[in-house]
Design a protein around this ligand. Structure first.
Ligand code: PNS
Length: 159
């Protein structure tokens, strides 16, 4: 049984994240999408809201589970019998930081990291850019799932 984790902030989940999650679900027995609880980082959506959106957009996959975690990712892996981390790589700019984390996680607890290249349709996509563009009235449809688009518009209208 190979259980892997796709960790992240998912503030909010994008079609790029979903692409990685769905392809990972096709390769492994179980995928845990782990949402980092980071109280120091200002987020647009609460962890509960992010988990709600992730649950909704992954409900079609029988082997994807959404969880939250705080502290070290390697501790979450140990507590959940997770053998590897799967991360999406968009461009070389992601590589340096991702490699550093991958090597540190291996050094800490022998947790492996597997990189999946993103679909080129989404290689420019990030949650931060989506939030910035939506905030200034730009069109982000097609970049995030419909339910996220609705919640994004509602949240930004409230602010
Ligand atoms: O979506 P993000 O914000 O790029 O995700 C980053 C994340 C959550 C994968 C990374 O920050 C992480 O693993 N944080 C948990 C704390 C930890 O284990 N830090 C040491 C990394 S070597």
């Amino acid at each position: 049984m190979h259980r892997v984790v796709c960790p992240g902030s998912f503030d909010p989940v994008t079609n790029g994240h979903l692409d990685i999650i769905s392809r990972t679900a096709g390769l492994y027995d179980e995928v845990i999408v782990a949402v980092l609880i980071n109280i120091t980082k200002h987020s647009l959506f609460s962890v509960d809201e992010r988990i709600d959106m992730l649950t909704e957009v992954t409900k079609g996959y029988g082997n994807v589970r959404i969880e939250r975690f705080h502290g070290l990712l390697v501790d979450f892996c140990a507590a959940n019998g997770i053998t590897a981390v799967v991360k999406g790589l968009r461009a070389v700019t992601d590589f340096e930081y991702e490699m550093q984390m991958a090597q540190m996680n291996y050094r800490l607890a022998k947790v492996e990291t597997l990189f999946m290249t993103t679909n080129p349709l989404y290689s420019f996509l990030s949650s931060s850019l989506v939030k910035e563009i939506a905030k200034y009235g730009g069109d982000v449809s097609g970049l995030v799932p419909e339910i996220v688009l609705d919640r994004l518009h509602t949240r930004l209208a409230e602010e």
